[in-house]
Design a protein around this ligand. Structure first.
Ligand SMILES: C[S@@+](CC[C@H](N)C(=O)[O-])C[C@H]1O[C@@H](n2cnc3c(N)ncnc32)[C@H](O)[C@@H]1O
Length: 187
């Protein structure tokens, strides 16, 4: 049987997406680079429960992709908390070095409870951001913090759980809506 003809590009409709987070393509919008998106980088995460919860958050807030370094996560058991199987929709990619995967024109932002960091409530998010989080049993070291353009913290009493922190940062980005650095002009 002959294969069905492929649809022409003009017939393709955009997937419905929230204007608050990643790139969104309204019908008829040409695909250009001036869009917003967010990615997540996990530095040597330990527990599959946390990575699963991060994937769940990634799905909820429309994150483009999630990267992680280290071998600890891979050695651990299968996903436990990614009950929505978000990792089938959003790429979860193991890499050697977060510095090597920074997309073009994307701003690396370290998220760490550390002296000199900027408070998240007052922070204007980059249009395109790679948010980097430390491991459950450590912190982001100075080298990666120095490499990042910004370092932000959430003013909590003591540090939060890793996946909880990811949820808070992504919620903050969503709540600030189109007020990323370039403002609503990207609409
Ligand atoms: C569970 S915390 C790390 C544990 C912590 N360094 C300690 O005292 O043992 C895991 C990661 O979550 C993020 N994190 C947790 N609470 C935070 C906060 N209040 N502000 C910014 N980042 C936070 C950081 O990226 C941190 O490296």
């Amino acid at each position: 049987m002959a294969a069905a003809p492929a649809p022409s590009i003009s017939d393709l409709t955009a997937a419905p997406q929230s204007p608050y987070n990643r790139a969104f393509f309204l019908k008829g919008t040409p695909l250009v680079a001036d869009k917003r998106y967010s990615c997540i980088g996990l530095y040597n995460p330990k527990s599959p429960e946390n990575v699963g919860s991060v994937m769940r958050a990634a799905g909820c807030y429309g994150v483009a992709s999630v990267f992680y370094t280290g071998k600890r996560y891979e050695r651990a058991a299968d996903f436990v908390t990614d009950t929505k199987r978000v990792h089938y929709d959003i790429p979860l990619i193991g890499i050697d070095d977060l510095k090597k995967i920074l997309p073009l024109n994307c701003v690396p932002v370290a998220v760490e409870l550390v002296e000199g960091a900027r408070p998240l409530p007052e922070y204007t998010h980059p249009d395109r951001a790679l948010y980097i989080f430390g491991p459950e049993d450590g912190s982001l070291d100075k080298e990666i913090r120095d490499w990042c353009e910004d370092v932000v913290y959430i003013p909590t009493t003591g540090c939060m759980n890793l996946a909880a922190t990811v949820n808070v940062v992504l919620y903050d980005r969503m709540a600030k809506g189109l007020n990323t650095r370039s403002g609503p002009k990207f609409r």
